[in-house]
Write a new protein. Sequence first.
Length: 267
Amino acid sequence: MATYAIGDLQGCLTEFKSLLEKIDFNSKKDRLWLVGDVVNRGPDSLSTLKFLMDLSESVTMVLGNHDLHLIKLVANNEKASEIDTLNETLTSQDIFKITDWLRKKPLFHSEEDYSMVHAGLLPQWNITQIKLLAKEVETHLAGDNWRSFLKNIYGNKPDSWDEKLENYERWRVIINAFTRLRVCTANGKMNFTFKGSLNDLPQGYMPWFDVPTRRSKKTTIIFGHWSALGLSVKRNIISLDTGCVWGRSLSAIRLEDRKVFQASCGK
C-alpha cells in the first residue's frame, strides 16, 4: 500500500491518468491525496469528477477555490464566466449528484505526520484549532442550507484573523486562508492579488509557510494552489502545484519515501 499526494488537476484528466500509470496506481490498495482544484481551466472537468467519484474510497481530497467556485455556481444557478471551462459540467444531468459529492469534501485533512490543505494556513492557528475551524465551514457546506451559506462567503474582507470574528466574516477568513492564501504579513494579514514567484514578493509579505511564528510548522503541510512556486519538498512543507493546466507538469509524491513522480502536460 502506498499513498500518493498529487497537485492541482484542474480538469487535466489525460495527464492525470498518465501519472497514475507512471506510479502504477492500484485502487484496491493504494491511496490518492488530492490538494484540490480538481476542476476548471482545463479541458475535462466533468470527466475528471466522474473518474474521481468512481475511485471512491481510494481518494482523499480537500476543496480548492475552483471546486468551491463550481459549487457556488450551482448554488446560485449562475453561468460560468468566459475564462471558466465548466459549461459541460454545469449542464450535465449528473450535476446535482456531483455537487452533493463535492460539497461534502473537507477543507483540511490530517493523518499522523502529514496534513493537507489547498492553499495555506494562518500563522496564529495550530493543528488542533485548524481542524475545528475547517469543521465549522464543512458543516455548513454539507448541510441543508449550503446554498444560502455560499451566497455570503465570497469577498476579500476581513483579510486577517481575529478570534472575535463571528458568522460570515469568520467563515470568510477561514475559507480564504484554506483556499486562496499564498502570502501574508508576519501578523497574518493576507494578500489575495499576488500570484508571482518568490523573487517578486510584495513588500512586507512572505510565504505563509515562512512566517517565523507559524504554529503549524511541526506538521508537514501538503498544498497546491501556487503554480509559480512550483514543486518544493522540504522538511515541513510539500508544494505540489506544478502548473499542469499551463502546459508544465502534474506532480505526485509518495509519502512513504517522498519519491516524486511527474507527467508532462504539454499544450
